[in-house]
Design a binder for this molecule. Sequence first.
Ligand code: F3S
Length: 406
Amino acid sequence: MILSDDEKRMLDGSCGPGVQKAMELQVALGKAFDAERMIDVSRAHVALSGQEGDTYWCELLVNGGAVCRVTPTTNPCWDVRNLTNHYGVSQAELDLALRTIDVYRRIGARLTFCCTPELAGNVPSFGEHVAFSESSATPYVNSVLGARSSRESSVSALAAAVTGKTPLYGLHFEENRRGTLLVDVDFWPGEPYDWGLLGWCIGEFAGSAVPVLRFRHMPRRPSPEALLYLGAELNTSGAVAMYHIVGVTPEAPTLEAAFGGNPVPASSRPIVMADLKAKEEELSEEGGPINLVMLGCPHYSHDQIRELEVLMRGRKVRDGVAFWVLTSFDALELAERSGERRRLEEAGVRLVPDTCIDEPCWKSFEGGLGVTDSPKCMYYRERRGQPFVVRRLAECVEAAVKGEVQ
Ligand code: F3S
């Protein structure tokens, strides 16, 4: 790779061993992807997980004197002040979470602990080169905002935050952002839930392609939450870091533009609403009594909290069922000020910031049946030993009130 003098100094250790480690990783990554050089990044988001590997990497850098040149926002770990009082975690699990918080503070990250920074707080502009990890965030910044990010890991995104650089490859090039797969959709998805299931269906066959979605009807523009859910699931069942929607996303004003002048490929059988219902059944465990309703993967926006509050009016969560909504600190603050938090808590629904579904603080539910509106939540929770049923929001509320799901 051709490196600038500044990059060479980082690589030879002149800026300290922490920065050197970060640059070594980025040079190795660049070589793996045949990058000729580095480029500057103006923003970063690090998908820290509070798991040993990520925390070790951050400690390695900060103990070697590294601090971030580009202040990154951070993904959630878990709310140690709040959830520790509710559920049993081991001292080792608590210590790891506290170490994670401490080390990211020391390296100079902005401790947002939120997985939707692209909606508020860290919003790139069109054409901006950035390093965003987090499977729901990367497709959003590329596809919806038109910024340019590789499909970064937490490790490579932190390295980018430290050096202010990223190897120039992949989606940083215009030609790699063009569509490679045409997907016809025969219906208009109503709720973010439907967009999520659609994303899961497409991700299964798209792999790492750049799918172009062409809708037969488009009665209105999809909401930010709908596009967030679409990308989150495309990048969970598949490895899709960028997609286009003809007439919606900024690099796809027309079908031809979405493919950048390349020949438009033939599409396979259009996806129909019945495919979503079949996928819901396939992903879900058998119904029965539940012990948990879990929403907010990705983190619920304030609009979603408001919608839930309306659905819960006059109703109560059944005894023996925990109902948790994971959200960002700013959406929580709005819900506090606007009264939704109090009303939801009176109904038995609790909101929590700073927290991911894939954390040890939820382990006391393992073995029991959960309900969620997020296939991504189902996927990660089942790996930890809790079966889930996937249902739209209104059905999650019904399940919470009845204590069981059909
Ligand atoms: Fe957010 Fe964790 Fe889901 S980071 S998107 S709550 S897996």
